[in-house]
Write a protein that binds this ligand. Structure first.
Ligand SMILES: [Mg+2]
Length: 367
């Protein structure tokens, strides 16, 4: 019989918002904790709005972050400007903190390539959301290799879901990162479901974090619904990688409270009792309870925060809806450096059609 591998597991606040051990020193910084709270709440309110927009046909498919806000907020809060985020499609929280605007996020999910041209210099070198499963882990190794070759103290952070850890791309990325001791941090958002495949059918190993051990570097688990735990361990991992000590894998144990994407209906395969139970452990209420118990949060502050978030979200939505439509050929423009013949013909056809419809409308052509 195999003996189970003991891996570190970190939790500071239990689901009721009560500390289960002494908090780390940095957690005495109340303005920081309040900031983490605000960002989680902003992410959730924005996320709910984006789902509503999809339901009314105003954007395309969207992957909600509901219940997993702590992970992205910790990532986005800790990465430095010079680091590079190589995200997957459930990283709204981290993107917002990297300075990707809400309008850009709406544009991306609305099928507009301009949403990938991040205006904020902090995010300018970050990668677009990766939709193919786990390929981004290899891209992150490429980025980290460049940092290492140049002798730069920068870190590539890449994220993925539990399902991605079963992919060859993920395991190859771990292998490469371990062999070359790359400055890369792998953050696994183990939200217990890979679309309709539950964690227990995904992988025979008791943890996903232990996959790092086979590649020769450290893996650990944290309570992904406890932002203090995610922040604390990610902080250590980033410094480890930044100082040439090699990669780290952090498995964040969380739960996908929403559908996989707006194209999914999780009620068809997931027991409602399980979801109800998971709501008892979600990250926002947990930190709110802790802050309130310490006298640092109350109903008035909550109302003011929600109002401020709603104003910010409405402004971004108005800007998104007021922006002129992208040129139709933009759907092809960024696919290849040089288009294959068939794609070049389609692009030409789109251009001609756009000109014709402009002329028919009597309008002025714009680029
Ligand atoms: Mg998942």
């Amino acid at each position: 019989m195999l003996k189970p591998i003991e891996l570190p597991y970190t939790r500071y606040l239990n689901p009721g918002g009560v500390p289960v051990s002494a908090l780390p020193g940095w957690a005495a910084d109340i303005p920081l904790l309040v900031q983490l709270y605000r960002q989680m709440q902003l992410t959730r309110l924005f996320d709910l709005k984006v789902v509503a927009l999809q339901r009314t046909g105003r954007i395309g498919t969207y992957a909600p972050s509901l219940g997993q806000e702590a992970i992205g907020v910790a990532i986005g809060s800790l990465m430095r400007g010079e680091d590079v985020l190589v995200p997957y499609y459930r990283d709204t929280a981290a993107q917002l903190l990297r300075g990707v605007s809400m309008q850009e996020i709406l544009q991306f999910w609305g099928g507009d390539e301009r949403g990938n041209a991040y205006a904020n210099p902090t995010a300018a070198e970050d990668f677009p959301l990766c939709v193919p499963i786990a390929t981004q882990a290899l891209h992150a190794c490429g980025v980290a290799s460049a940092f290492k070759i140049r002798g730069q103290a920068r870190v590539a952070v890449t994220t993925c879901g539990d399902g991605a850890t079963s992919k060859g791309d993920f395991l190859e990325a771990l292998n490469l990162a371990g062999t070359w001791q790359l400055p890369v941090v792998f953050v696994v958002n183990n939200n217990q479901w890979a679309i309709s495949v539950p964690r227990r059918l995904q992988c025979g190993a008791p943890t996903l974090a232990q996959k790092a051990l086979g590649a020769g570097f450290a893996g650990e688990q944290v309570d992904g619904n406890d932002v203090l735990a995610v922040y604390d361990r990610l902080r250590v991992a980033l410094e480890h990688a930044r100082h040439g000590k090699g990669p780290v894998l952090i498995e964040c144990l969380s739960y996908r409270l929403g559908d996989h994407t707006t194209a999914d209906d999780a009620t068809r395969y997931r027991p409602s009792e399980e979801v109800k139970q998971a709501w008892q452990e979600e990250p926002i209420k947990r930190l709110q309870t802790y802050l309130a118990a310490q006298g640092h949060w109350d109903e008035a502050r909550e109302q003011a925060l929600v109002t401020a978030c709603q104003v910010q979200i409405q402004q971004a939505l108005a800007a998104y809806e007021a922006a002129p439509a992208p040129a139709p050929q933009a759907a092809i423009d960024y696919v290849y450096k040089q288009w294959p013949q068939a794609l070049a013909e389609q692009r030409e056809w789109l251009l001609e059609r756009a000109v014709r419809s402009q002329q028919a409308a009597g309008g002025v052509q714009h680029e």
